[in-house]
Design a binder for this molecule. Structure first.
Ligand SMILES: [Zn+2]
Length: 445
């Protein structure tokens, strides 16, 4: 009895919920940057996977190859995370080797970086042949996200050329699965927050946001940057849409969840929105985060219901009532967000299949849940494409998911930085997450 009781308590001791610590949700920070960036950050993260120096893809001359298309013995060779130059160089390498379609997005970041992506597989030559959008690297410190996406895409392309299947831990896919996955047409945005990732990689400061100083307060280095995953359009203005006290984001620039100056105020989120418009047949979206061992789907800001279409984010009668989970009818907050029943079935089924596959690959348990059952959030990426179609029926609905791969690294000052061993495990699981999304999308489209 006593053991059972204690094991029930253990999850409560984990300091991270999705990609925020419990302290950060209350406005705190892991690393106090007001004391300056110094060696302490590096010392506190000894034992975590290093950021690579140099360029293993030789400025796009060499294509990456993932673990799913090689023997499992290569796992430990993924012993550094890709630096920001390598992420671009990898895509260039895939362009040279496999003729993937490299593209750049129009809005430059505050530090004048150009975001880029790639078109992979698909059935046609035009942008109409792409149905799945995969993005990562939106939260700078969540190390490994860009690596997992790039190596997965590399696996698909290698396996397709060699007419072979893929193996990720306990989960295998056939050559036919590879063809089906590629046939969906995949658009990848592997580095959605290039300024933030560059800053985090050079300072080991556990940096999450972008680096836009537009709302910064003099003397507070934490007030630089906007949380890009609170800057998308769905119920961005949470103080209007949600019930008072529901901190789905923050209006305070000094916090980790600062929402910016307007929906899509940031070049990075504008670029994601632009990509959704550029490929009109996108119907599926996944955003890789870490490290909470979860698969999430929307809505992000309140629980779903399929009975009453008038309870929706556009109905002003419900402003100030949303976001309370569980509802408190006595306080007038009995509200759940409307979601078409068929869409809800597709979202929950696909999330469950992704989570089940990830659990099968390594034995680490991944639950699938609707995002607000963890905590409600506003302006989230996963709901953006779906909401666009609700506001403009000429657009295609995009089913959105968020994967929270891996576990908090208790031995590191920044628990978002994995060890080499954990990075390899995360890579195996993410390979399955991507395959399950693509195969279920193909089946349900
Ligand atoms: Zn995140």
């Amino acid at each position: 009895m006593k053991t059972a009781f204690l094991s029930f308590l253990i999850p409560l001791l984990v300091p991270v919920q999705a990609c925020l610590t419990r302290d950060e949700i209350r406005g705190g920070h892991i690393v106090d940057l007001t004391k300056g960036i110094n060696r302490r950050q590096t010392d506190g993260n000894v034992g975590t996977i290093p950021v690579a120096t140099g360029d293993r893809f030789q400025n796009g001359d060499k294509a990456p190859r993932g673990i799913g298309s090689q023997a499992a013995t290569v796992l430990g060779t993924f012993n550094s995370v890709l630096n920001t130059n390598e992420i671009k160089s990898a895509i260039k390498g895939l362009e040279k080797e496999f003729r993937v379609g490299y593209f750049e997005t129009p809005y430059k970041t505050f530090e004048n970086r150009t975001m880029f992506g790639a078109k992979v597989g698909g059935t046609g030559k035009s942008n109409n042949g792409y149905r799945v959008l995969l993005e990562t690297g939106i939260h700078a410190r969540e190390r490994g996200g860009p690596d997992h996406l790039i190596y997965f895409i590399s696996d698909l392309l290698w396996a397709n050329r060699e007419k072979k299947g893929l193996n990720y831990g306990g989960v295998s896919y056939t050559y036919k699965d590879v063809q089906t996955a590629l046939g969906m047409g995949i658009v990848v945005l592997p580095l959605v927050n290039p300024d933030g990732v560059a800053f985090d990689q050079t300072t080991n400061s556990c940096w999450r946001k972008n680096r836009n100083p537009a709302s910064a307060i003099s003397g507070d280095p934490h007030s630089i940057g906007i949380d890009l995953n609170r800057n998308f359009a769905p119920v961005w203005n949470f103080t209007k849409y949600l019930a008072p006290g529901i901190e789905a984001a923050s209006t305070n620039a000094s916090t980790e969840t600062f929402y910016g100056t307007g929906p899509l105020s940031e070049p990075e989120t504008k670029n994601v929105d632009w990509t959704m418009d550029r490929f009109p047949n996108l119907g599926w979206f996944m955003d890789q985060h870490s490290p909470a061992t979860l698969v999430l789907y929307g809505w992000c800001h309140d629980s779903n219901q399929a009975r009453d279409p008038t309870q929706n984010f556009g109905n002003m009668a419900y402003d100030g009532k949303r976001g309370v989970v569980p509802d408190e009818p006595s306080k007038g907050t009995a509200y759940k967000e409307y979601l078409d029943q068929k869409d809800w079935d597709i979202l929950s089924l696909t999330a469950a299949r992704i989570a089940g596959g990830m659990s099968d690959s390594t034995g680490r348990f991944y639950p699938a849940l609707q995002a607000p059952h963890l905590y409600p959030s506003s302006g989230c990426s996963a709901d953006h494409g779906y909401m666009k179609a609700m506001l403009d029926p000429s657009k295609k609905k995009i089913y959105g998911f968020g994967v929270e791969f891996g576990e908090w690294n208790e031995d590191a000052e920044c628990g978002f930085y994995p060890t080499v061993e954990a990075h390899g495990k995360n890579m195996v699981e993410n390979g399955v997450a991507y395959m399950e999304l693509l195969l279920n999308a193909a089946r349900l489209s």
